[in-house]
Design a binder for this molecule. Structure first.
Ligand code: MN
Length: 504
C-alpha cells in the first residue's frame, strides 16, 4: 500500500502547507489514474508515486514533488491544464505542462543528432525542475522496463543511454547517471553486458574478501593515529562505465578503479593525516596520487585519490574526502564532467546551460515569477551556478569565458524542431543567418513563438523562431547593430557591398 507519508518524510523541513499540497496532489493523481494499469499489471498511480519519491530523495521541494505526482494526468487522463492551474496554481501547472511537452521529444536513432537532442531537451525544459521530473520519471520507467513489450525496450533504453544519462551526468547527479546507465546497458548491448558480467563474476568473492580485509586494516591503522571517526565503504564501478573505460584501455588489468575504497573523515586536515597513514602502511603506485583538495577539478570535485598495493596481490584505489566533499561528488557538479575526454570548455557549457534553466523572475507571460522557487531547488543545483562565480580559479575561468565559444549560449528552434545554438542576446537576424545566408539576406520578418516579433527581439532559450522570407526582401544596414554574431554581421556587410557594386 502506498501512502503520502512515504514521500513527505523524505522532504527536509517540510511545512504544514506543503504537507497539505502533497496530500492533495496525491489524492488528485490517485483518482485521475484510477483504473489505469502499467505493463507490469500494477496500478498506474504507482508510477507517479515512485517518481515523486525519487524527486524527494534527490532533494527536490514540495512543489516539484507535487508536480511529479501530477506529471502524467494531462497526457494520460485528459485532465486540462486549466484544471491543474485552478487546483494547484500556476507554478505546478507550468511544471506539468513542461513535462508533457518534453514527452514529445523523441530519440531519432542517429548519433549525429544526439548532441542536438540533448540540447533541445535541456532547452525545452526551460526550468531545471522540469528536467528533474523527467529524469525521475525515466528512472522509474527504466526500473520497470522488463515489463514493457520487447519491441519498445530497445528504443527506450537507447534513448536513456544517449540522452537521459548524459544529461544526469552533466548535471553532476552521479547517482542518477549511474543507475540509468546500468539499467539501460543490458538492453542496448546485451552481449557485451553478459561478457562483462561474467568477467566480473570471476574472482568476485576473493576481491570482496580482500577489500573487506583491507578496510579493517585501514581502520586499525587510522585509529592508531587517533583517526577514529572514519566512515569507510567501497564502491564498485558501474558496469556501463567500466564498459566504456574498457573500450579505451582494452585491458581490464589496467583499470585500477573498478573497486575504490572510500574513507570519509571529519576535516580537511584529517584527509591529509589519513593519506599519511595509508602511504606509511601500504605502497602507493607511482603517478597515481591526486590531490583534488588543494587543486579541485574544474567542476568543483574535491578529495584525495591514491592507488595502493594491498599486499595480497590486489591493487585498489583509495579516495579520501570529508562528508561535504562526498555529498558533493554524488549529487553536485563534481561528476568528472568531461574533464578527461573533452575540452575544458565543456564545463562552462554545462554551467551555462544550467544557469539558463534556473527559475529567474523572467517576465515572459508572467509564468516564472515564483519568488520561492529557490526553496524548491536543492542547494546542489544552485551550487552549480554559484560555484564558478566564487571559484578560486576565477581568473582562469574568466579567461575561458573570454574565448570560450560555449560559455553563454541559448538554444532556439526552427518550426520543424531543428536546434540552433546562439550567443545570449541573439536576435532573429542571428537566427536567420545561422541557418543560411540566403535566408538572412531575404528576411522579411520573424515570428517568435507564433507571434510577430521585431528583428531586434532578444531570443530566449526554447523560443521557436519562424523566419519569413520573400525573394524581393533585402538586408538592411541597420541590422548590423541589431545582431550579435559575427557570422550575421559579416554576411550583411558582404551583401551590402555587393549591392553597392551592382548599383555603380
Ligand atoms: Mn510518467
Amino acid at each position: 500500500m502506498t501512502n503520502p507519508q512515504d514521500i513527505i518524510r523524505l522532504i527536509d523541513g517540510v511545512t504544514n502547507d506543503e504537507v497539505a499540497l502533497i496530500n492533495k496532489s496525491y489524492l488528485f493523481a490517485e483518482k485521475s489514474h484510477e483504473g489505469q494499469k502499467r505493463h507490469s499489471g500494477e496500478k498506474y498511480f504507482l508510477h507517479v508515486f515512485e517518481t515523486a519519491k525519487i524527486l524527494a530523495e534527490l532533494g527536490m521541494g514540495a512543489v516539484t514533488v507535487s508536480a511529479g505526482l501530477l506529471h502524467d494526468v494531462v497526457e494520460d487522463c485528459g485532465v486540462s491544464l486549466e484544471t491543474i492551474e485552478k487546483e494547484f496554481g500556476k507554478e505546478i501547472a507550468f511544471l506539468v505542462d513542461g513535462v508533457t511537452k518534453l514527452g514529445n521529444v523523441k530519440y531519432r536513432g542517429a548519433d549525429r543528432h544526439n548532441e542536438s537532442l540533448r540540447k533541445l531537451f535541456v532547452a525545452m525544459s526551460e526550468d531545471i525542475r522540469v528536467l528533474m521530473i523527467k529524469l525521475s520519471d525515466r528512472l522509474h520507467n527504466m526500473r520497470t522496463l522488463s515489463y514493457v513489450p520487447k519491441e519498445k525496450q530497445l528504443r527506450i533504453a537507447t534513448e536513456t543511454l544517449e540522452i537521459y544519462a548524459p544529461i544526469a551526468y552533466r548535471l553532476g547527479i552521479r547517482k542518477l547517471n549511474r543507475e540509468l546507465e546500468d539499467l539501460a546497458f543490458p538492453y542496448v548491448y546485451p552481449k557485451e553486458y553478459e561478457d562483462l558480467k561474467n568477467l566480473m563474476k570471476e574472482g568476485q568473492r576473493e576481491r570482496h574478501d580482500s577489500l573487506e580485509k583491507f578496510i579493517q586494516s585501514v581502520k586499525k591503522a587510522l585509529a592508531k593515529e587517533g583517526l577514529i571517526k572514519v566512515k569507510t565503504d567501497y564502491r564498485v564501478k558501474g558496469l556501463y562505465s567500466l564498459y566504456k573505460k574498457l573500450l579505451q584501455k582494452k585491458d581490464i588489468e589496467k583499470i585500477y578503479d573498478i573497486n575504490a575504497v572510500r574513507m570519509i573523515v571529519e576535516t580537511t586536515q584529517d584527509c591529509y593525516r589519513a593519506l599519511g597513514v595509508v602511504h606509511a602502511t601500504w605502497r602507493p603506485l607511482p603517478g597515481r596520487i591526486k590531490d583534488y583538495i588543494a587543486f579541485p577539478k574544474l567542476n568543483g570535485y574535491q578529495g584525495i585519490h591514491t592507488t595502493i598495493f594491498t599486499g595480497d596481490g590486489n591493487i585498489v584505489e583509495v579516495q579520501i574526502k570529508t562528508n561535504e566533499m562526498h555529498t558533493y561528488s554524488e549529487y553536485g557538479v563534481a561528476s568528472h564532467i568531461s574533464y578527461k575526454k573533452d575540452k575544458v570548455g565543456k564545463d562552462e557549457e554545462t554551467i551555462g546551460w544550467i544557469r539558463s534553466l534556473l527559475p529567474k523572475n523572467k517576465n515572459t507571460e508572467g509564468i516564472r515569477t515564483t519568488l520561492n522557487a529557490s526553496k524548491d531547488i536543492p542547494s546542489f543545483i544552485q551550487e552549480l551556478v554559484t560555484y564558478q562565480e566564487n571559484s578560486s580559479e576565477a581568473t582562469s575561468f574568466d579567461d575561458h569565458l573570454k574565448n570560450d565559444f560555449f560559455s553563454k549560449r541559448i538554444f532556439a528552434f526552427s518550426p520543424k524542431g531543428d536546434v540552433v545554438d546562439l550567443p545570449i542576446d541573439s536576435t532573429p537576424i542571428d537566427f536567420a543567418y545561422t541557418i543560411h545566408s540566403d535566408i538572412g539576406n531575404h528576411m522579411l520578418g520573424a515570428k517568435v513563438n507564433g507571434k510577430l516579433a521585431s528583428l531586434d527581439t532578444k531570443l530566449q532559450n526554447g523560443d521557436i523562431v519562424d523566419i519569413m522570407t520573400r525573394p524581393s526582401a533585402k538586408a538592411n544596414q541597420k541590422w548590423i547593430d541589431m545582431c550579435k554574431t559575427s557570422t550575421a554581421k559579416r554576411h550583411i556587410r558582404i551583401e551590402l557591398s555587393k549591392r553597392q557594386k551592382t548599383k555603380q
